[in-house]
Design a protein around this ligand. Structure first.
Ligand code: F6R
Length: 702
């Protein structure tokens, strides 16, 4: 007998659990008992059967990363789908990947977010199912119905096959879709109809064979995909495979058609927790049958209500019965509990008001979207241009680089540091440079316009201490100063917003510095990731991940976290891009420092500022203790029901990971601008300030 793998499948919109599922994916809702999320309860329940190393999670990247972090699963145990396409492709992908590891293995397919009361019986039923799978059956656990549910599909059981672990395994005659009330009543009275639990057990080899028989598109896609396993071409091939595969459920695509299917009738107390009524049923009630999670409820003449508040608000109930009251920072639901199935209509009603992106693109009057899309190209051109620059040999032999620059230009210094890990790079955003600067320092003045007074002042200040210096701008006074003082000046193209010219500033510099023997690490990797992202995130792929993130941040106050030395500059860039493009408040903070102050503010955050959404930007190069801190912080946030998101950089090198996170953030900020109804390009307040200051005559020190 091969190994047994527990595969937790997560997906689905959880529309009937609106609005909670706007804030958190359903598996992260705190209804798993003992303060646990649903997915944690699912995980804990199956762990004794298979052990930590054999629990896998299948979901789209963002969801998998979020849920994987909740369970503390290593990345190798996440099976990432390029996008959601119902359960059949997910099952096929899993069987392909895990079947390669263990061809004789058996897979327990577990939905991430169900309720099960008798866990011991559940595990025994799974063992019985494994036995049937060994006989070549595709097995489903069939729940003995306790009422004529119309919200579940049914399985008709046929003759018994054998007994195992105290359960009787039956041949399954057929699967039937959700019935109407009348049919459901007939099923229940027949006694051999069971609810389809969505919990399946089969051998990898068997399910792949059945996919081959019944889903030819998926089978062909998997066959092609197989040759890419473990290769760098995997992601592109997977995307291609998913596009070719049939979008269907494993129930409909395979189980309804397969010959050798079995069901094990169980009655361990099960629900798919699909709506607020089911959640109410699953929770403990007070004497008036009111159930609540994370809220202090005070009721008078109130009974049978369900109350849940993500922001932990106090809720008063007066003279109301059998309601579902669900509160999140973004939306509030008040519904009759008996109509819980219809909450989907509300969710869809709002969703139909999804932004009309084509209409919103018209707000981009100054072409920021196009500049964004061309960013990888901008970086490539800049690199080529930089490599043409010949810097005088006298510039070499420095111990550190000090970059002076503000705003969109200043960020160049931070990224230079990430790209050149062997060199100390310090970014100065001020009128003066630190006193330690001497001839061993290479001073780099970076100002896109060439006219920013702080940069000019700091550059001139620096020039009094070192002559090893160069300037980079599209022109302006910086060019004049360099020319007058005989200092190398690198020209970059005009016509951009400074913050949108980061590719020109950074990559031209990197190319030019190669001439001094400085070789950046991760440029090729970074550039190829950027090109792929340009395709995935541009308006041509609407809707996309960046748009989804922008929607998640709309009306919120983003607070972006990154680790010192890795993602911290990217967090700062996210913040400034959201400020400048989307014209809204955003803040950033650095790990580990924020663990010594900011976290105390969490105590009242939910009450005072429920609009704050924290965003962790992560890279695999973060210090391991910082990574651990993030895990603890996420626990703290979850306990306090404070919303957060987590994003991981792509690629291996620090530069590639930082660039991928930066580019994602840039896109998010532009889409957020459009959602906010503003043109991303103009930055009037910055210009106004610059003009006001220009009126007060002042000569930078020279
Ligand atoms: C505007 C922008 C600003 C500028 C900053 C400094 O797009 O990004 O943050 O970068 O005002 O100006 P420059 O870059 O011209 O030195």
């Amino acid at each position: 007998m091969g190994k047994i793998y527990a595969v937790i499948l997560a997906g689905g919109k959880g529309e009937r659990l609106w609005p909670a599922t706007l804030a958190l994916p359903k598996p992260l809702l705190p209804f798993g008992g003992n303060g646990r999320t649903l997915i944690k309860a699912t995980y804990d329940r199956v762990l004794p059967l298979v052990g930590k190393g054999n629990v896998y999670l299948v979901a789209t990247r963002e969801l998998a990363e979020l849920l994987g972090a909740e369970l503390g699963l290593p990345r190798e145990q996440l099976i990432l789908e390029p996008f959601g396409k119902n359960t059949a492709p997910a099952v096929g992908l899993t069987a392909l990947v895990l079947g390669e590891l263990e061809p004789a293995g058996t897979m327990l397919m577990l939905p991430a977010d169900h309720r099960i009361d008798d866990e011991e019986a559940f595990r025994r039923a799974l063992l019985a199912a494994v036995k049937a799978a060994e006989e070549g059956y595709l097995v489903t656990l069939g729940v003995r119905p306790t009422y004529p549910a119309t919200g579940y599909g049914y399985i008709e059981g046929a003759e018994p096959l054998f007994e195992a672990e105290g359960f009787v395994v039956h041949r399954a005659a057929r699967f039937v879709e959700k019935p109407d009330r009348h049919t459901a009543e007939a099923y229940v009275s027949r006694g051999n109809f069971f609810w389809n639990s969505g919990i399946f057990v089969w051998k990898f080899s068997q399910i792949l064979e059945e996919i081959h028989r019944h889903l030819p598109g998926l089978a062909a896609a998997l066959a092609e995909l197989k040759s890419h396993l473990g290769k760098p071409t995997w992601e592109a091939a997977l995307r291609e495979a998913y596009s070719r595969a049939e979008e269907t459920s494993i129930d409909y695509g395979v189980m309804e058609k397969a010959e050798k299917i079995a069901t094990i009738p169980v009655s361990f107390g099960w629900s798919d927790l699909g709506d607020w009524h089911a959640i109410w049923e699953a929770l403990r009630k007070d004497r008036e049958n009111n159930a609540s999670v994370d809220v202090e409820v005070f009721g008078k003449d109130a009974a049978g209500n369900l109350v849940f508040s993500l922001a932990r608000k106090r809720v008063g109930l007066l003279g109301v019965k059998d309601l579902a009251v669900v509160d999140t920072p973004a939306a509030l639901l008040v519904a009759k509990r008996e109509l819980a199935q219809r909450v989907r209509e509300i969710a869809r009603g709002f969703a139909e008001r999804e932004p009309d992106w084509t209409e919103l693109y018209k707000l981009d009057r100054n072409g920021m979207l196009e500049v964004m899309e061309n960013f990888p190209q901008q970086c490539r051109e800049a690199l080529a241009r930089g490599r043409e620059v010949i810097l005088p040999r006298e510039l070499s032999g420095f111990e550190r680089i000090v970059v002076v620059g503000m705003g969109g230009s200043g960020i160049t210094g931070d990224f230079l540091g990430l790209a050149l890990p062997g060199v100390e790079v310090i970014t100065v955003r001020s009128y003066v440079v630190p006193r330690f600067i001497g001839e061993e320092t290479l001073l780099v003045g970076v100002s896109y316009s060439g006219n920013t007074e702080e940069t000019l002042s700091a550059f001139l200040d620096g020039l009094r201490h070192t002559r090893k210096a160069l300037g980079i701008s599209s022109g302006g006074k910086l060019a004049e100063i360099c020319q007058k003082q005989g200092i190398p000046w690198i020209e970059i193209p005009k016509g951009f917003q400074p913050r949108a010219a980061l590719g020109h500033l950074l990559f031209t510099l990197l190319g030019a510095l190669e001439g001094l023997g400085l070789q950046a690490e991760g440029m090729d990797e970074g550039l190829s990731i950027l090109s792929r992202m340009a395709e995935e995130l541009s308006p041509r792929s609407t809707p996309n991940r960046a748009q989804g993130l922008a929607r998640a941040l709309q009306g919120k106050i983003p607070v972006i976290y990154g680790a010192a030395g890795t993602a911290s500059p990217v967090a700062f860039r996210w913040r400034t891009q959201i400020n400048e493009n989307a014209k809204q408040p955003a803040f950033s903070a650095e790990l580990p420092e924020l663990c010594h102050n900011e976290i105390v503010g969490y105590e009242l955050a939910g009450e005072l500022f429920p609009q704050i959404v924290r965003l962790f930007l992560r890279t695999s190069c973060d210090h391991p203790r910082v990574a651990l801190r993030v895990e603890v912080l996420k626990d703290v946030l979850r306990r306090r029901r404070l919303p957060f998101l987590e994003l991981h950089g792509e690629g291996k090198t620090p530069l590639a990971q930082a660039l991928s996170l930066l580019y994602l953030g840039d896109w998010v900020s532009v889409y957020l601008a459009l959602l906010n109804g503003v043109d991303p390009t103009p930055v009037e307040p910055i210009l106004e300030l610059k003009e006001r200051l220009a009126q007060e005559k002042w000569e930078p020190m020279g």
